[in-house]
Design a protein around this ligand. Structure first.
Ligand SMILES: C[S@@+](CC[C@H](N)C(=O)[O-])C[C@H]1O[C@@H](n2cnc3c(N)ncnc32)[C@H](O)[C@@H]1O
Length: 268
């Protein structure tokens, strides 16, 4: 049986905080964030706060932008993978319970990409980020967002499009893992406006994924990881196996999971 209705995967079932497999999406988001940083006029000598720096991929880019006279302050709960350098300061902090490092009004750019979603958008976190910015400083955010799956070309198999759509939607909902983020693109600008930020721009981005490519491999990895949750939600095991084969078929072309990036300026 092939389901065509949404799979009722609850966020609670998938709230495990495992972000390792987000890497592939983060790579494509890096290009977008670099564009945002150029808009924000990032340059040598500036001070940047990187919140939820994770493995430091973005932190290293930031260090190159600010150069030897600049400073990147990287914060994460777990700092094993972050290397302090003459440019990069590393702070081991849980931003839910500890203040962000730095004095008010001292950063040119504050950036948070794919921060653990339950915390990234708490009003007190946003307020702290803005307080730490210099007047005229830029806040740059990047997140995985939600849009229904679209199959542009389906493999030649019965109900292929319906099955791919229902499983991919369930995987994306599980990855986002937060109701508020489902509407990030509309919610985040409204919040920033309330805090007096200006020049707010949000960009939604999606690519195409072809069956057997890195994007659909990412999708398949997650579907495998969510095996028990998907079956519990009513997906027959045969359909999950069929899905895993379909997403490796080069005939498949679908819209990628969407990402959103945002920049906003603190008034001078
Ligand atoms: C998906 S990773 C993103 C890493 C990095 N921003 C990037 O885009 O490459 C999210 C990171 O946020 C960190 N994080 C989550 N909640 C946090 C918290 N409350 N305080 C500090 N770091 C947190 C996690 O440990 C994880 O390394």
């Amino acid at each position: 049986m092939t389901r065509t209705s949404p799979l009722p995967v609850s966020h609670e079932q998938t709230r495990d905080g495992d972000h390792r497999l987000l890497t592939r999406l983060q790579e494509s988001m890096t290009t977008l964030l670099i564009r945002e940083l150029h808009t924000a006029g990032i340059q040598h000598g500036q001070r940047v706060l990187d919140i939820g720096a994770g493995t430091g991929t973005l932190t290293d880019h930031l260090a190159r932008f600010v150069g030897p006279h600049g400073r990147v302050v990287a914060v994460n709960t777990d700092t094993d993978q972050l290397r302090p350098t003459s440019i990069i300061d590393v702070h081991c902090r849980d931003i839910r319970t500890e203040p962000l490092p730095g004095e008010p009004g001292t950063y040119d750019v504050v950036i948070a990409r794919c921060l653990d979603q339950q915390h990234a958008h708490r009003p007190d976190t946003i307020e702290q980020m803005i307080t730490l910015l210099k007047p005229g400083g830029w806040l740059v955010l990047g997140e995985l967002t939600y849009a229904p799956t679209v199959v542009y070309r389906e493999p030649d198999a019965e109900n292929a499009s319906a099955l791919i759509t229902v499983v991919a939607d369930a995987v994306l909902a599980a990855l986002i893992n937060d109701d508020q983020l489902m509407n990030w693109g509309t919610w985040a600008p409204a919040t920033l406006l309330r805090y007096g930020m200006e020049h707010i721009c949000v960009f939604d981005h999606a690519e195409t994924w072809t069956g057997g490519g890195p994007g659909t491999a990412f999708l398949a990895d997650h579907a495998r990881r969510l095996h028990d949750v998907l079956l519990q939600a009513g997906l027959p095991a045969d359909d999950l196996n069929r899905f895993l084969n379909l997403v490796m078929d080069p005939a498949l072309v679908m819209r990628s999971f969407p990402t959103g990036t945002l920049h906003a300026r603190k008034p001078r």
